[in-house]
Each structure stands twice: as C-alpha cells, then as structure tokens.
Design a protein around this ligand. Structure first.
Ligand SMILES: [Fe+2]
Ligand SMILES: [Fe+2]
Length: 223
C-alpha cells in the first residue's frame, strides 16, 4: 500500500517564481513543522538546529539547504512522534523527501537528503563510538532501516557522488536534537535556499559561479 504524500507543497512550488517557491517551502515548514520529531524537539527545531550546525561548520549553500530540508519527508508523510508507529515502520522518508524536492533542487542538495539514512548505517559500521552515541530513537529506527551496513554495501555507498556530504549531514542530524536550543529563524536561510533552487543554481553554474563546496566533518557526541 502506498503511503499518503501531501501534494500541496509541490503544487504550490511548481511553476512559481523563486521567491514564491521559498515562501511556499518556509510557510509549509513553519506550519507543519510544529509536530514533534521526538520527545525533545519539533520537526522545525530539528531542521533549524541541523542547518545551524551546517552553517557553523562553513558548509556550502547546497549542504546547508540539505541540512535544513533533510527530514521534509517526515512532514509530507505526516510522520511524527504523536503517532505510536513512528519509527516502528520505515516509510523511507529520506527517499520520499529527496524525490519530492528533486524537481526544485539539484542533486548536490537532494543526494545528501536521500543518503542521510544509509549514512547512519555506514557510520555504525565504521565507527563504534558513533553507534554508541546515537539517541534511543535513532538506535530504534536503525533496525527498521536495515541495520549496520555490510562491507559490500559500504563499497557501493562510497561510489555515490556526494556520499561524503551525506556522512557529514548525518553527524549534524544526530546532534540536532537539543531541547530549547536557541537557533536562527527559518527566514535566515532564505537567500541560501533560494540560490540553490534548480533554476537559480544552473544559471550561476553556467556563468561559472557555483556555490563553494567545502563541507567539513564534525565529530559525533553523545546525545
Ligand atoms: Fe531523517
Ligand atoms: Fe533528522
């Protein structure tokens, strides 16, 4: 059975100007992101904390945008903590979210989103401290997400463009669950998100002004 994916945001973004695309996205996140991601933070707080970590680590505009939007799949699937089955059943929010955003953003934004769950499976295989530092919710979801990656799976993962960005994003994702943390408002990211929109991004690439891509690896800490 196919899960319901809210088509309203994509409908609003389709054929809209860049400004209106960002308006639609931010309004949706403000409104629908108030549900809880876990017992500690809302979906919007989680997104803002993740984007703030990307910005603090001088990530590229595309990776900051990935960080901000990495769990949009949960929101469009209406998955949240109030639902008892949340994290018990894997609805592939990373694939759904990346595919939903693909008409509007380039692969440098959508691939780290698509890979942020496999990235957890990769890191659990390569860094024992990483696994131990995961939150209880994240350890619980690892099981339904396929468990620790095998060697063959890791080798295949390393062939995918932007896989390093996905690993970096994953570490921020795990840290972005702090109760009551003050973060910059969503509006702070307007220009960054806008410049990463496909139509804007391909124009800048064509004139040789591609956003820099100097993402840094941040360490995992206990959650
Ligand atoms: Fe996620
Ligand atoms: Fe997340």
């Amino acid at each position: 059975m196919q899960n319901y994916v809210d088509p309203s945001l994509a409908a609003e973004m389709r054929n809209a100007t860049s400004e209106r695309k960002v308006n639609a996205l931010f309004n949706y996140m403000e409104k629908r992101g108030q549900s809880f991601y876990d017992e500690v933070v809302t979906q919007l707080e989680h997104a803002l904390q993740c984007a703030a970590l990307a910005q603090q680590n001088n990530a590229s505009p595309t990776l900051i945008t990935s960080a901000l939007l990495h769990d949009l799949g949960h929101i469009i699937l209406d998955e949240h903590n109030a639902d008892k089955a949340f994290l018990d059943i894997d609805l592939n929010h990373e694939e759904i979210g990346a595919a939903y955003l693909a008409p509007f953003f380039p692969e440098s934004v959508t691939t780290p989103i698509r890979l942020h769950v496999p990235a957890k499976r990769y890191l659990c295989a390569t860094d024992a401290a990483y696994h131990d530092g995961l939150s209880d919710a994240s350890k619980k979801s690892l099981i339904v997400q396929g468990g620790v990656m095998s060697e063959a799976e890791r080798e295949a993962f390393e062939q995918i463009p932007h896989f390093q960005d996905a690993l970096t994003l994953r570490r921020w994702d795990d840290l972005a669950k702090v109760r009551g943390l003050e973060t910059a408002a969503l509006e702070t990211y307007r220009d960054i998100v806008r410049q990463c929109l496909k139509n804007e991004f391909s124009y800048r690439s064509s004139i040789g002004n591609t956003p820099r891509n100097n993402s840094t690896q941040s360490g995992n800490t206990n959650l």
